[in-house]
Design a protein around this ligand. Structure first.
Ligand code: SF4
Length: 222
C-alpha cells in the first residue's frame, strides 16, 4: 500500500524518510560499506550496555580492554567483579556497568544456553538493557528491523521534523509509525553518521548537508 507523504501534526509536509535515507546512504556510502560493528552478538550486547551515557571513544576503550580478557559470556560470567570494574572504568558508571555485564553473562549461560536472544521482549529482561540497547542488538547483531533512539537519532529526527516527542521511547514510536519497516534497519547507523559528521549538536554544517533543501531546521540559529 502506498503511504501518504508524511506531515507534521500541524499539517505541513515533512522530509520523506525514503528520500532522507536514500541521500544519507549515498553520502555515507564509504562508511556504511564497513561499519566497524562486526562483532559477536554477545560483544554487541555488552558493548552497547557499556555505551550508556558516555562517548563512543570511551565505550570503545572499555570494550576493547574487557574483551581482550573476557571475550565470551562463559569467561565474563566467571570473571572477578573487581577486575571487570577496572577494565570498564573508561566507560563511566563503571561499578553499575560491571555488575550489569557480569550478571547478564550469567543469565545468558543459565537461561539461554549462552546464546543472545533475538527478540525485543527477551532482551529487555537483561540488566542494563532498555529499548535502545535491545534495538541496537537486533539491528547490529541480528540484522532485524528496529529503531534504537540514541542522542543522534533523537536530535536528527527532531531537526527533520519527524518527531517532537520529549523522550527517546516516544520518539521511537513516532519513527516506527513514520518510516517504512524496510528502512528501520538503516536509521540508527545513518543518523549516527550524520550526527557525528554533519548534523552536529552545536553548529550543524547545514551548508554542506545533503538534506539542506528539505530540512525544516536548515540554517536556523541555535
Ligand atoms: S540541514 Fe542542518 S539541521 Fe538539517 S539535517 Fe542538515 S545539518 Fe542538520
Amino acid at each position: 500500500m502506498k503511504r501518504a507523504p508524511p506531515t507534521s501534526n500541524r499539517g505541513w509536509l515533512l522530509p520523506s524518510p525514503t528520500t532522507v535515507i536514500g541521500r544519507l546512504k549515498k553520502a555515507f556510502r564509504k562508511e556504511t560499506a564497513f561499519s566497524g560493528r562486526e562483532m559477536s552478538a554477545f560483544q554487541c550486547l555488552v558493548g552497547t550496555v557499556l555505551s550508556a551515557r558516555t562517548r563512543d571513544a570511551n565505550t570503545a576503550k572499555a570494550s576493547e580492554q574487557l574483551f581482550s580478557f573476557y571475550p565470551t559470556a562463559e569467561k565474563l560470567a566467571k570473571a572477578p567483579l573487581k577486575r571487570i570494574k577496572k577494565l570498564v572504568k573508561p566507560a563511566g558508571f563503571y561499578k553499575t556497568k560491571a555488575r550489569y555485564v557480569k550478571r547478564l553473562s550469567q543469565m545468558l549461560l543459565h537461561d539461554y544456553g549462552g546464546r543472545v536472544p533475538d527478540t525485543m521482549e527477551e532482551l529487555l529482561k537483561f540488566p542494563g538493557v532498555g529499548r535502545k540497547v535491545a534495538g541496537c542488538v537486533l539491528v547490529y547483531a541480528f540484522r532485524k528491523p528496529a529503531i534504537p533512539v540514541d542522542v543522534h537519532v533523537f536530535r536528527g529526527s527532531h531537526r527533520l521534523g519527524w518527531s517532537n516527542a520529549k523522550t527517546p521511547e516516544e520518539t521511537e514510536q513516532e519513527l516506527m509509525r513514520l518510516i517504512p519497516k524496510r528502512d528501520w534497519i538503516d536509521v540508527n547507523n545513518l543518523l549516527v553518521l550524520h550526527g557525528q559528521n554533519t548534523c552536529l549538536p552545536r553548529n550543524p554544517k547545514c551548508g554542506e548537508c545533503v538534506l539542506n533543501d528539505i530540512c525544516p531546521s536548515a540554517f536556523k540559529k541555535r
